[in-house]
Design a protein around this ligand. Structure first.
Ligand SMILES: C[S@@+](CC[C@H](N)C(=O)[O-])C[C@H]1O[C@@H](n2cnc3c(N)ncnc32)[C@H](O)[C@@H]1O
Length: 249
């Protein structure tokens, strides 16, 4: 579950090649203000990590997916960069230094489903944060209107890195008790209309009530916790489905 097989990584990079201007400006602004080493847990194929390095920042990253890390190294090499990357899970990662900014964009933190995993991860993040540092977590909230539930959705995309086209089929369901949104995907490569390769993947996301997540952060020892509208320094509106938590020790 929540594993990215090869075709999935290729499709992810095709659909999300780079951060938007607002996203990059937001995280760059924080990183420059923090003024030291940056860590991106769950960095994937480097959509954020590489542009931050291009702007001269000292960024380290880790991810559980070897395929994602390989894609990240390949993309970084094209820019003449060799990032400090390692394969690690967010519940157990360890560095022998602290970071002035740690950030997890794109709602990836919501991949952690169990309370114990969430608490272990937050402890690791807290322990690796410099005393003056800032942790930024982009969180998907229960305000999200999951429109795709139980509908089978199909889409086709031209491939960039190989022959043929992608065909994706997706169904989703939502467990209202546990606030877990689960999507099952099947990705095929079509050549002359015939599927020559198919992969399946299941992604589950835990959605949060913002005040409940605020309570979890407080329990984990964070002293200053602010909830921001995505990519702005303002407070979120009630309608904002995704918010960013700015946390300090
Ligand atoms: C949606 S991708 C986002 C990647 C990147 N931040 C971006 O915005 O493009 C989520 C990433 O989290 C990684 N991941 C999932 N569970 C993880 C865990 N427990 N520890 C570390 N990485 C994890 C996945 O392998 C994947 O690369």
């Amino acid at each position: 579950m929540n594993e990215y097989p090869g075709l999935c990584v290729e499709l992810y990079d095709l659909l999300h090649p780079s951060p938007s201007k607002e996203e990059l400006k937001f995280y760059l602004g924080y990183a420059k203000k923090a003024g030291g080493a940056v860590l991106e847990p769950m960095c994937g194929s480097g959509r954020f990590l590489i542009p931050l390095m291009v702007h001269g920042l000292d960024v380290s990253g880790f991810d559980t997916s070897e395929v994602m890390l390989k894609a990240c190294r390949r993309k970084a090499r094209r820019q003449g960069l060799s990032p400090d990357l390692k394969k690690a899970g967010i519940e157990r990662f360890r560095y022998d230094r602290k970071f002035t900014m740690i950030f997890i964009p794109a709602g990836s933190f919501c991949f952690l489903l169990e309370d114990a995993a969430v608490h272990r991860a937050l402890k690791r993040l807290y322990d690796h944060l410099d005393q003056q540092g800032v942790l930024l977590l982009e969180i998907e909230t229960t305000r999200i209107k999951v429109k795709s539930i139980n509908k089978r959705q199909e889409a086709r995309f031209d491939r960039q890195e190989g022959p043929g086209r992608f065909l994706t089929r997706m169904t989703a369901d939502y467990d209202q008790q546990a606030n877990i949104w689960r999507s099952s995907m099947e990705i095929s490569v079509l050549i002359d209309g015939r599927a020559v390769q198919t992969e399946k993947a299941v992604f589950s996301l835990r959605l949060y009530d913002p005040m409940a997540f605020h309570g979890i952060l407080k329990e984990r020892g964070f002293k200053s916790i602010k909830i921001k509208k995505r990519y702005s320094y303002d407070e979120p509106a009630k309608s904002n489905e995704v918010v960013i938590f700015e946390c300090r020790r």
